[in-house]
Ligand binder design. Structure first.
Ligand code: ZN
Length: 406
């Protein structure tokens, strides 16, 4: 099939909203296709503070929903997140450094608490190596996250033990690109060889250093290097949605064929708060909550980049409060590889076959189908369970699932 921007946009929107195949029809307006294709080719939006594409997709959703309720008497869509969680948070940490000399510690002494500072200067506390501490605290909340190790900045032998231990516990370890890996396949191959030699496996996930990204080259280079997902596309100097999206997607190739690679767009980076925007801890925390609330409103994903070397410092320690907040709000919290895995298994097609709705393949365990019914309609579900009553139901499909509404 010939790919073009329109069919690319249609497949992205259909997958993102979890629609029955083909249901989008002409609800996909050309101006949304144009907007989406221009950001995918690198156009810089005026306002990254709002997930503008996500918001437009939600209005497409309400149009498709209304039309289906009127025409078919029901509307079914796959919930975005496991167990129909209201929104999702992807926790990620770049590992630019794991140590600094005592002179650096002394120069930046005002950032640390007294005990850490003394311990750091005496060499008994490793102030900038917090991989185990972070994973331990995340684990206490039942969370997993991603750590991206750089292959040229420090000997990977120094982090091998921590990497092995956290991977055993279900954490995701990926590559933090070096300068040049975003646009040079040679540089990328060198970094991958160093990474594999040092840590003993090939990484599935990637984040480029300084969020270096070339819209004409990087995604294909990442695809060719065999990555499962990337989470680089974001902004350094502002918070928000470089692409207007708060959900994963398959980036387009040069001819608009979707790549196999998944992009998990970055929303918020700690160094933007303290470095570029000069926020106080209180202000930085409220900025984070503002993005949590945007995610809640759009069933969206908040991808958080929190540098591991910063969590003992003023500013960086806000991370512990954020973990508590995510726990309280009951969202889906996951590492990059977990988010990518979920997005892939959730993408199994939901199709209409005469009066029946079916899934092509075995549904993942935590998939929920949201079902809305017009007045007087009742669903019959074969192989699956239905929760709720009235016009709004949650269906948990099992192998061999079929839905019919009469
Ligand atoms: Zn970096």
């Amino acid at each position: 099939m010939m790919a073009d921007a329109r069919s690319y946009a249609a497949s992205l929107v259909e997958e993102s909203l979890g629609l029955v195949r083909g249901q989008l029809d002409d609800a996909l307006r050309q101006d949304l296709v144009d907007e989406l294709s221009s950001v995918m080719r690198g156009a810089h939006p005026d306002d990254v503070g709002r997930p503008f594409i996500e918001e437009r997709m939600l209005s497409v959703l309400s149009e498709v929903r209304e039309r289906a309720l009127e025409r078919d008497g029901f509307f079914a869509r796959k919930a975005r997140w496991p167990n129909a969680a209201a929104f999702a948070v992807c926790l990620t940490h770049d590992v630019d450094n794991v140590s600094h000399p005592a002179s650096h510690i002394w120069k930046t002494r005002s950032r640390f608490g007294a005990a850490d500072l003394i311990g750091g200067l005496l060499g008994v506390v490793r102030l900038y190596d917090n991989v185990r501490m972070i994973s331990k605290k995340e684990g206490e909340h039942g969370f997993r996250s991603s750590f991206y190790f750089m292959s040229a900045n420090y000997p990977l032998s120094r982090v091998r033990k921590a990497s092995d231990a956290i991977r055993d516990g279900g954490w995701d370890v990926g590559l933090h690109g070096d300068f040049g890996t975003h646009d040079s396949p040679e540089k990328m191959n060198e970094a991958l060889s160093r990474f594999s030699a040092g840590l003993g496996f090939r990484p599935n996930g990637l984040r480029e250093h300084y969020l270096k990204f070339d819209f004409g080259k990087s995604w294909e280079l990442m695809e060719d290097a065999g990555f499962d997902y990337d989470t680089t596309v974001g902004t350094n100097d502002r918070l928000g949605y470089r692409l207007g999206l708060a959900s994963p997607f398959h980036p387009p190739g040069p001819d608009w064929t979707p790549l196999n690679l998944l992009e998990i767009p970055l929303t918020l980076m700690d160094t933007t708060l303290w470095g570029y925007l000069k926020r106080t801890e209180e202000e930085g925390f409220s900025d984070c909550i503002r993005f949590v609330e945007t995610a809640e409103k759009t069933e969206g994903l908040l991808t958080l980049l929190w540098h591991q070397e910063a969590v003992r410092m003023r500013g960086g320690r806000v991370y512990w409060k954020l973990l508590q907040e995510f726990k309280t709000r009951g969202c889906y919290v996951a590492s990059g590889s977990q988010v990518a895995h979920w997005w892939r298994v959730r993408s199994l097609p939901m199709v209409r076959d005469g009066r029946l709705i079916r899934l092509e393949g075995d549904p993942p365990k935590d998939l929920v189908i949201r079902l809305e019914l017009a007045e007087g309609r009742e669903p019959t579900v074969r192989s699956g369970t239905v929760e709720g009553r009235g016009s709004s139901r949650s269906v948990r499909p099992k192998r061999g699932f079929e839905l019919e509404v009469s």
